[in-house]
Design a protein around this ligand. Structure first.
Ligand SMILES: Nc1ncnc2c1ncn2[C@@H]1O[C@H](COP(=O)(O)OP(=O)(O)O)[C@@H](O)[C@H]1O
Ligand SMILES: O=C(OP(=O)(O)O)[C@H](O)COP(=O)(O)O
Length: 398
């Protein structure tokens, strides 16, 4: 039995259900680029709406840092959500105050509304009690269906669970069950691939992850900080130069835990971040000082695919390159397809997660063949570390 409150047996008819979803989806030119997070949220919303709830969906989008950044409005997401639901979605252009209240008050049983980006208010990430109270006014019960945000102790993921009767949504429940089944006692050797661009928020967790896995492949933008920590010149590549000491600590922890850290040996280097930008294959020690490493190179790809063949389990968060722009999707696509092939042949258990990682696997046409694809990236890695996730802890039976 789950050690958190689920929706089983909860009567939501006529109640205002404040549901925290994660609709932080990849967006391209103002249009949702990958609907996985929406698709996975929809069945839980339909269950609640059909049970007669007045459903108020709240989510963040991007990192606007408390500002009303127009490109981070949820309006296009409301349209995509309505399309996937096959039902109308009312939209309020603020998540608190009169704008939110008037939309919520207009809901009939079974109707659905989406409120504007929670992170337009800096108080959201601060888990500010007054902001929690403002949000709590909009609901009779709270449902957290955002497993991919459960590693954040924010107002909408943690504070609200303390302010209202609180339950795990169906997606949250399914994610925890599926990850538990797949990875509670993973078969070794275990390889983790961690790439992507959220370096500062993911770097710390790598220090614990090295104790759980046999090989840690660091790729994408994340790799550059580790390469720089080893004295490699990464030119103008995405790199957090103030985190080099943290990266060095992780090398030490990996050594102590007998975990091999695998870094790229070559890269595709371009002078601009653009599709089809002129680029060279460069040895990792010869990156031009005005160049950016936008993908792993061919030698690295061969090495990673070979390593995968002697692994039993793969966990993956974060693409190996800027996969949205060709040809910098090459490494991600190749490794995804190889892992999918090994999984299909019954030789590998593969679990991947993260908003962009899922989009990358779809782009590689490999998502169907992975053993499990989670909507979560950072939260999934923190769960794997064995950390208590604040968003889950707050749902524990009280
Ligand atoms: N070498 C790189 N340089 C710049 N950006 C990169 C690089 N490698 C990957 N990225 C970017 O990382 C982003 C995904 O990172 P992240 O958000 O951490 O993944 P996820 O959403 O799956 O957790 C993608 O937009 C991709 O373009
Ligand atoms: O996309 C998300 O996480 P992920 O990149 O780890 O998959 C979540 O929406 C959390 O977003 P955040 O990392 O800005 O808190």
């Amino acid at each position: 039995m789950a050690d958190f409150n689920t929706l089983d047996g909860v009567n939501v008819a006529g109640k205002r259900v404040l549901l925290r979803a994660d609709l932080n989806v990849p967006m391209k030119d103002g249009v949702v680029g990958d609907t996985t997070r929406i698709d996975r949220t929809v069945p839980g919303l339909i269950e609640l709406a059909d049970a007669g709830a007045k459903l108020v969906v709240i989510t963040h989008f991007g990192r606007p840092k408390g500002q009303r950044v127009a490109e981070m409005s949820l309006k296009p997401v409301a349209d995509a959500l309505a399309k996937q639901l096959g039902r109308p979605v009312k939209f309020a252009d603020d998540c608190i105050g009169d704008a939110a209240a008037s939309v919520v008050n207009s809901l009939e049983n079974g109707e659905i509304a989406l409120l504007e980006n929670l992170r337009y208010h800096a108080e959201e990430e601060k888990n500010d009690p007054a902001f929690v109270a403002e949000l709590a006014k909009l609901g009779d019960v709270y449902v957290n269906d955002a497993f991919s945000c459960a590693h954040r102790a924010h107002a909408s993921t943690e504070g609200l669970a303390r302010a209202l009767p609180a339950y795990a949504g169906r997606l949250m429940q399914a994610e925890l069950e599926a990850l538990g089944n797949a990875l509670e006692a993973p078969k070794h050797p275990v390889m983790a691939i961690v790439g992507g661009a959220k370096i500062s928020t993911k770097l710390d967790l790598l220090g614990n992850l090295v104790a759980k896995v046999d090989q840690l492949v660091i790729g994408g933008g994340m790799a550059n900080t580790f390469l720089a920590a080893k004295g490699v010149n990464v030119g103008k590549s995405l790199c957090e130069h103030d985190l080099l000491e943290t990266a060095r600590e992780i090398f030490k922890k990996a050594d102590a835990a007998n975990c091999e850290i695998v870094l790229p040996v070559d890269g595709l280097v371009a002078k601009e971040f653009a599709a089809n930008a002129p680029h060279d294959v460069s040895d990792i020690n010869d990156v031009a000082s005005d160049g950016m490493i936008l993908d792993a190179g061919p030698e690295t790809i061969v090495d990673l695919n070979k390593r995968l063949e002697s692994c039993e389990t793969l966990v993956w968060n974060g693409p190996l390159g800027a996969f949205e722009i060709t040809p910098f999707d090459t490494a991600t696509v190749s490794v995804a397809q190889h892992a999918a092939k090994l999984t299909k042949a019954g030789k590998l258990l593969s679990v991947a997660g993260g908003g962009d990682t899922v989009a990358a696997l779809r782009h590689a046409d490999s998502d169907q063949d992975f053993s499990y694809v989670s909507t979560a990236g950072g939260a999934f890695l923190e769960w794997l570390e064995g950390k208590t996730l604040p968003g889950v802890a707050a749902l524990r039976a009280k």
